[in-house]
Design a protein around this ligand. Sequence first.
Ligand SMILES: [Zn+2]
Length: 82
Amino acid sequence: MDGLTTVFVVHETRQPSTLAVIAVCSEHAALLKRASWAGIDELVGFSTVVDCEACAMPPDETLLIHASARTKPRHLHPVPTA
Ligand SMILES: [Zn+2]
């Protein structure tokens, strides 16, 4: 299956409500499945036209899913003072 990327919907363990779509090669898909900081919600499908997003990153940032940081919401809930 060389040249195929797998497209997943993933979430960060710390922020389960923050979902990101990421395309990864089989090697990085294996890493992603073992990762403790992210969980896979859904396997969307396979693609021959999308490149692996993790391979495209500099080696020291291969802990992908900084991809989800771009959509990180900042909801500050003020604590009610009773
Ligand atoms: Zn890759």
